[in-house]
Design a protein. Structure first.
Length: 240
């Protein structure tokens, strides 16, 4: 068991490094490994606690780059929807949601290479988009690729994009953690495991930010779009 957790903590650092550089992707890499160690049902609440710490560190490292207005508008929809999604998580299977997300992500990447996709996302759509992301995040464990797709449309610089998206993730994961605890989906032992795993994510967030500072803007866009495609294919081809 000790060896498994050593491997898991290394995977957590690696996943958070990816998230710190691209703004998302950590949960996609880490959730299968965590589910193997603790089981599928326990993995989502544990990962939620860990992601809370990881995203809090990303927001802290990029504090000066945060764009508060879009982040808070997005969160107006994301936070209440996370509460609803947390209730759905304990009462329904979530596998059917994942393939729909996969199709949507491929559509987002394709749209970004059209004249429509190059336009900036209007502010009036941020709260509804946040609601959709918050709901899916609580039901399926994470919706990082969906949130990334929305924030890419805001045409922010790499540092501002990563830090602003992290703020919304902190608010969603805090809401979900409290809701899971209230609904008895997060035991005290799982809370401790989440905090332990979160420590490795904090370290990875710092590593990822260091890499991001050295990445050219065009390379950043390609990295994010590549991860969106990988995320989509993994959701479409997974066993569910």
């Amino acid at each position: 068991m000790i060896l498994r957790w050593a491997v898991l903590l290394f995977c957590g650092w690696l996943a958070a490094t990816v998230s710190g550089a691209a703004g998302f992707g950590g949960a996609l890499l880490l959730l299968p490994v965590l589910a193997h160690v603790v089981g599928g049902k326990a993995a989502v609440p544990i990962l939620t606690v860990a992601q809370l710490l990881g995203n809090l560190s990303r927001a802290g490292f990029g504090w000066r780059d945060i764009r508060w207005r879009p982040a808070l508008l997005f969160s107006l929809g994301a936070v209440p929807a996370s509460l609803l999604g947390s209730w759905l998580f304990v009462s329904m299977p979530s596998a059917w949601v994942l393939r729909a997300i996969g199709v949507l992500l491929l559509g987002v990447v394709a749209l970004r290479h059209t004249s429509v996709g190059t336009r900036e996302v209007p502010e009036r759509l941020l709260a509804p988009a946040g609601a959709g992301v918050g709901l899916v995040s609580a039901v399926a464990g994470s919706a990082g690729p969906l949130g990334a797709a929305v924030f890419l449309g805001l045409k922010l610089g790499p540092q501002a994009y990563v830090a602003s998206e992290a703020v919304t993730a902190v608010l969603m994961h805090l809401t979900k953690s409290l809701a899971y605890g209230r609904l008895a989906a997060l035991s005290p032992g799982d809370l401790l495991r989440g905090l332990l795993l979160g420590g490795s994510l904090v370290l990875g967030s710092w590593t990822g930010r260091t890499l991001l500072a050295r990445l050219p803007e065009r390379g950043f866009s390609l990295l994010v779009e590549g991860l969106l495609v990988v995320s989509a294919l993994s959701l479409l081809l997974g066993k569910g």
